[in-house]
Design a protein around this ligand. Structure first.
Ligand SMILES: CC(C)(COP(=O)(O)OP(=O)(O)OC[C@H]1O[C@@H](n2cnc3c(N)ncnc32)[C@H](O)[C@@H]1OP(=O)(O)O)[C@@H](O)C(=O)NCCC(=O)NCCS
Length: 170
């Protein structure tokens, strides 16, 4: 960002209310029926791999990641990624994504999955999951199911149902 100084921090428990309000404003009450939210009901997101974007003391964006499995393979589910409307289009989303993926890789994670627009997320390495390779619990538009390999070839031979990583259950 050129005109404003942006700070990216790991999420803390103190951020929960502000992030919830951001999600409510962005996605509305219908968000709880989305397939990705069903996974989030069972497992908490990882605070050290979830990030907030700040301009001064103002929280302007958030991204979360939570532990899932695709078949027997461990992965992360990224999302929601949300930026306050007045701060969109200034690279905040990109900065959050770069940090989330960088720290996930540094932490030994190999795969990140999300439901979103390929046109946006392809910029940071996400590709459409080939049809039939992975199934979400509940309704989902499979053309929006995307995966990023943090290690080359990490998605090769991976398939199956996407579910919470029960070893991390609440
Ligand atoms: C999508 C979102 C996270 C992007 O954040 P952002 O901070 O505005 O994004 P950045 O500034 O990093 O990137 C902006 C670029 O992405 C493009 N872009 C934004 N949303 C896009 C989309 N859905 N599809 C394709 N391109 C998109 C912009 O046109 C812009 O392009 P440019 O760089 O060529 O001008 C933000 O708009 C948002 O919070 N939207 C509402 C919530 C949402 O849809 N979240 C994603 C759920 S999957």
């Amino acid at each position: 960002m050129s005109d404003l100084s942006l700070t990216i921090l790991a999420e803390t428990a103190n951020d929960a209310q502000a992030i919830e309000r951001l999600h409510e404003r962005t996605f509305g009450p219908g968000r709880f029926v989305l397939s990705a939210y069903r996974l989030r009901e069972h497992v908490d997101h990882l605070l050290d791999l979830s990030f907030t974007a700040w301009i001064g003391t103002l929280l302007v964006g958030s991204v979360r990641q939570l532990p899932i499995c695709i078949g027997d393979t461990k992965a992360l589910l990224l999302g929601p990624l949300t930026i306050e409307p007045p701060f969109r289009g200034r690279g905040v989303g990109r900065a959050l994504l770069d940090r989330a993926l960088r720290d996930a890789k540094a932490g030994g994670h190999r795969l990140v999955l999300l439901v979103g627009d390929e046109a946006y997320y392809s910029r940071v390495g996400f590709k459409a999951v080939p049809k039939g390779r992975a199934t979400m619990p509940g309704p989902v538009d499979y053309s929006r199911l995307l995966v990023a390999e943090l290690v080359d070839g990490a998605f090769t031979n991976v398939s199956g149902a996407i579910r919470p990583d029960w070893s991390m259950a609440k």
